[in-house]
Design a binder for this molecule. Structure first.
Ligand code: WQD
Length: 337
């Protein structure tokens, strides 16, 4: 079985390639290297002993996408990660996000709809829920108006996939991630943020290693037990495994609808201060931080109701926040050594 993983040299993509290879799938990766490096291929090979096929290509070039699917007509499934994903950047540069995240998706779907049958896994995000009314958040929670062009591209992407699946042989699963963190326990692959990290955990580990002076905690006046925002931090390896389970669901025709949606989280909410405490515990060192103003666009609370993923998809997370933080810290130490 040959699986295409777009964005397969990225953070979640690379961890998913490893899990696919562990399950015996042949993997072909497309990546334009705009937010990753070909060295990641070596990391994947170091873990699985197999180097995936790799094609450097920009999915915004329609002809390149068409050529790829002519060459790899035997692809049995597609897991689509390739997208720009920085919330803040998307506000300042919306067209980059609409072109990269929407056009690329359309070009891939145009190739898949030519097939009798196609299996498609889409990388979506809990961002689509905005500040959900009730906690924990389940898949029936209302999709709220996006707070950023990035979030909007995920909502639009889900709608496009749903519309196309109705009139084609495409079967799709939309995976709404909560907050992916950590790194592969082998420390051969992990998160490689470019520039100043926007996300909490890489900023914490870079502060811990001395790359950043201190962490700015964006507000401690939220209506939460310790005043800081609460999120559902999921180990990236657990998240990667969910993609393999979802793909196998489609390949084995176990899906109950043409498009299914699953929230992927631990079901446990952790505050910023609790994440800092987890870091201090696993690293044995104090973290320098200060409380500053709230960050525009942050929601107070977001953690998943994992019932559907556990009972229907048949997947659940195995790692704790501390284990995920420990893997992130080990990775930071490795790449700075
Ligand atoms: C988590 C918490 C911040 C940095 C975003 C996207 C989401 C997904 C994951 C792509 C918040 C606080 C953060 C810092 C801080 N990305 N924080 N100081 O915003 O929940 O989700 O990344 O799919 O779609 O929206 O993640 O890690 O940026 O923030 O205090 O330097 O940490 O305020 O409460 P977020 P995050």
């Amino acid at each position: 079985m040959k699986i295409l993983v777009t964005g397969g040299l990225g953070f979640i993509g690379s961890h998913t390639v490893v899990e696919l290879q562990n399950e015996g799938f042949e993997v072909v990766v497309i990546d334009n290297l705009s937010n990753s490096s070909e060295d990641v291929l070596k990391g994947i090979e170091a873990i699985t002993g197999k180097k995936p096929l790799f094609e450097k290509l920009d999915l915004r070039e329609k002809s390149a996408v068409q050529d790829f699917f002519k060459k790899h007509a035997d692809v049995n499934g597609v897991i689509h990660f390739a997208a720009s994903k920085a919330v803040g950047e998307s506000v300042g540069n919306p067209l980059l996000y609409y072109e990269n995240n929407i056009n690329a998706l359309v070009y891939i779907l145009q190739e898949l709809e030519k097939k009798q049958e196609a299996n498609f896994i889409f990388s979506s995000s809990c961002t689509v829920y905005g500040q959900a009314e009730t906690m924990p958040i389940n898949e029936d929670s209302a999709v709220q108006p996006a707070m950023s062009p990035y979030g909007n591209t995920k909502q639009i992407g889900e709608e496009i996939i749903t519309d196309v699946a109705k009139v084609s042989g495409i079967n799709a699963i939309l995976l709404r991630y909560f907050n992916p963190i950590g790194a592969h326990p082998s420390v051969e692959i992990g998160e490689l943020p470019i520039g100043v990290p926007q996300n909490l955990v890489p900023f914490i580990t870079q502060t811990g290693i001395g790359l950043r002076k201190e962490l700015m905690v964006y507000g401690n006046d939220y209506p939460t037990p310790d005043g800081t925002c609460i999120r559902d931090y999921i180990h990236v390896v657990d998240l990667a495994k969910a993609h393999v389970v979802a793909l196998q669901r489609l390949l084995n025709k176990k899906n109950q609808d043409k498009v299914e949606t699953f929230n992927l989280g631990t079901g446990v909410g952790s505050s910023v201060l609790e994440v800092i405490n987890a870091f201090e515990k696993v690293s044995g060192q104090k973290l320098a931080y200060q409380i500053v103003d709230r960050r525009e666009g942050d929601v107070t609370l977001a953690y998943a109701d994992t019932t559907k993923a556990n009972e229907v998809l048949g997947w659940k997370t195995q790692s704790t926040l501390e284990q995920a933080m420990e893997s992130a810290w080990k990775w930071e130490q490795k790449i700075r050594s």
